[in-house]
Design a protein around this ligand. Sequence first.
Ligand SMILES: Cc1ncc(COP(=O)(O)O)c(C=O)c1O
Length: 397
Amino acid sequence: MSLVPRLQSELAQFRRDGVYKELLYLDSPQAPRVRMEGRGEVIVLSSNNYLGLCDTLEVVSAGKAALDRFGAGTASVRFICGTFTVHRKLEAACARLVGTPAALSFVSCWNANEAVPGCLLGEEDIILSDQFNHASIIDGLRLAKAITRCQTAVYKHADLTDLEEKLRAAKDRRTRMVITDGVFSMEGSIAPLPDLAALCRRHDAVLVVDDSHSTGVLGRTGRGTAEHFGMVGQVDIITSTLGKALGGAAGGFVAADEAVCDYLTQRARPQLFSNALPPTVAASALASIEYLEQHPERVDTLRQNSSYFREQLLAAGFKPLAGETPIIPVILGETAKAIEMSRQLLDEGLFVTGFGFPVVPQGQARIRCQISAAHTRDDLDEALAAMKKVGRRLGLV
Ligand SMILES: Cc1ncc(COP(=O)(O)O)c(C=O)c1O
């Protein structure tokens, strides 16, 4: 069968299985309430706009000013046609925020997660990855294995015993690298960083933490998983995104020792063969970090909003996964059920996405509520009312 008819037939099957993803179009900035085409105003409980910075004046104005000052694009890769000064400032701010000597920006954290193992490891090395790590880490490992012939291994989710066994078995490798999400995006759980760091120290392993859902979210001032555990400066390599709490535009970074960032500048393929972040985006991300530094109380509001929503869900009879992050999943079982709940919630004016296999394990489909510091109590109460109404209809509460 030729390509297009085969794809059409598979797409039709997705629809029959109830797992086809409909794209919903927005006609306003990402915010607690958005204008959705064909729906009007809906409350959003499905974005990574954790600090509500997507439409914050300082962040948007910085992007506009950078457009005037630096123009629209970068026109080539950094080492060929120049690096904008705003990239240097952004990278200094990223390093300052997460507490490392240096940082290097990428067009996405996906790229950063591909760059780290693929560039820093070689044939004599091994990387060990948590079973529940993000897709970009999984693909980063696959790519590294193909490019560098390094060994790869997966340890059971947050299981230090399994990891230790695998580290022991890898004692003859030149470099042992352990990589974990800081906050697991489908669970809302936090990696056991103190134990992981101690284990890595004992086995002379490099610890890499992807803080995409933790930067701006965890710790008293939003510096991430390390701050949450009082361990700023103790993680070897941090990757993170500029597309979630930090303004929500786009981009990612690797934060680490200067030599690590310098080596990535010299050798990482996404740096060498792909344009840098547009300066407008770099300027907005920089303004987001500066805003966060000046307004740490936003992180506190995020925490209060998240606790409130979690408590109210429990009081209404839902059984969200336990946790202390703004990611609050409610497990429903089958994928079609999660998609159906999401559809019914949207009919009630609440935008919450349902996730099923293969994004989450078979039989553990869920809707995932994500809270923002910008949600008002009214937003959250209206969202809860919709959850209760649909939950009762579906026999969940
Ligand atoms: C844990 C994690 N890492 C990396 C990424 C990719 O980030 P970006 O959108 O910057 O490529 C995501 C995005 O969903 C993520 O959740």
